[in-house]
Design a protein around this ligand. Structure first.
Ligand SMILES: *Cc1c(COP(=O)(O)O)cnc(C)c1O
Length: 398
């Protein structure tokens, strides 16, 4: 290779060096076992306080069995996009069941929650339109907004008054508006004030959309999501969920009014230009809906575990932030401290990730604990003891 050709990529080495120097380089850990309360991570058996497997479905026998049967009946791949020849009876059945579960007119199943945002936002708004977006919205919402080419106006985090001011000031200059927010914010575990946002958006005729990736299977009656939690049935225009977190599989769901879902089947680009999810995934998702519809036991246990862990952490003297959900941030402040804390926890047999700038604001580094219904009381106590030991050792608690 000549020197010039080699040099054109030198920016990569510089970028990587910079990330390492700032402590922002991501070391990707490798799982050597299925998802569960205990996992093999980088060759070590550790307690899992890290994954989004809220209900313990990622390796659930009923979902595994459903996936295996679907492979025998349907094969492994759909070999087409949904709109050409990829829509199998399984996909239609899952959409029917999800719509019923969530109490909406219709639902569209896509490849992931990330795809769902790319599917919806550019279909609803374009160049002549405006989007009002929470400051802490998820990257996939931000990318969906950018793809739409609409004007993006950011309102302060969970601040309906600021959203109102910005809508009132700007809406007149655009063809139409869309308000979009995360349902549960994944770094702090707080919940968007959906009822007030809805009232404001309605007042100005703005389309409403919520991405409830961390609320699907967690919030609402038996995990029916944030719209159910706020009792806004039939009101919010679009509710996005993921089947990759609490549902334990993979995929995204767009739930709402039939008029919108029908339109998305004609316009949503990830639906039109990327192949359908596999029969195994789709059947496993159906089995997850079965489980959630049959009992609230898993969702109840998840919340019990969250309450117990949070209150014990607070009793130990940890600051667990503003969380209203099973996402439990353990606030540490400085990024290097959070990283060191996470490394020490790992040595003590607990897998919990440090999160720092730019994922969270500077000076608000933390360990993010993800709780799950699959954790036993003994598991939680094991985790609490490790937090107490490391917390005292590093001077975070006394
Ligand atoms: C995790 C997450 C997504 C992505 O969902 P996937 O199904 O993993 O693609 C989208 N939006 C929000 C708010 C999320 O937290």
């Amino acid at each position: 290779m000549n020197a010039v050709a080699e040099d054109k990529l030198s920016f990569i080495d510089e970028e990587i060096a910079r990330l390492k120097q700032e402590g922002l380089y991501i070391n990707i850990r490798v799982m050597g076992s299925p998802v569960g309360p205990w996992m093999i991570v980088d060759g070590r058996r550790v307690l899992n306080l890290c994954t989004n497997d809220y209900l313990g479905l990622a390796n659930h026998p009923r979902l595994r069995e459903a996936a295996k049967q679907a492979i025998d009946k349907w094969g492994v791949g759909p070999a087409a996009v949904r709109s050409i020849a990829g829509t199998q009876e399984l996909h239609v059945e899952l959409e029917r069941r999800l719509a019923q579960f969530k109490g909406v007119e219709d639902a569209l199943f896509v490849q992931s929650g990330f795809c769902a945002n790319q599917a919806v936002i550019p279909a609803l708004v374009g160049r002549e339109d405006v989007i009002f977006s929470d400051r802490l919205n998820h990257a996939s919402i931000i990318d969906g907004c950018r793809l739409s080419r609409a004007k993006i106006i950011v309102y302060e985090h969970c601040d309906p008054e600021d959203a109102r001011r910005k809508i009132e000031e700007n809406i007149g200059q655009y063809r139409r508006g869309l308000l979009v927010t995360d349902g549960v914010f994944s770094m702090d575990g707080d919940i968007a004030p959906l009822d007030r946002l809805y009232e404001i958006a309605e007042e100005f005729g703005v389309i409403t959309m919520v991405d409830d990736a961390h609320g699907e299977g967690v919030l609402g009656r038996g995990g029916r999501g944030i719209v159910d939690h706020f009792n806004l049935h039939g009101k919010f225009d679009v509710e996005i969920g993921t089947l990759s977190k609490a549902f334990g599989v993979v995929g995204g769901v767009i739930a709402g009014k039939k008029r919108i879902i029908d339109y998305l089947r004609q316009r949503a680009r990830p639906f039109l230009f990327s192949s359908a999810t596999t029969p195994a995934d789709t059947a496993a998702c159906l089995a997850a809906v079965d489980l959630l519809e049959s009992s609230t036991e898993l969702v109840d246990r998840l919340w019990e575990n969250a309450r117990y862990f949070k209150s014990e952490m607070q009793r130990l003297g940890f600051d667990t932030g503003q969380s209203q959900t099973p996402i439990t941030p353990v606030m540490l402040g400085e990024a290097h401290l959070a990283k060191r804390f996470s490394e020490r926890l790992f040595e003590e047999g607990v897998f919990a990730m440090a999160i720092g700038y730019p994922t969270v604001p500077m000076g608000e580094a933390r360990i993010r604990v993800m709780l799950s219904a699959s954790l036993s009381k003994d598991d939680l106590d094991f985790g609490l003891e490790a937090f107490a030991r490391v917390g005292r050792e590093l001077g975070v608690i006394s």
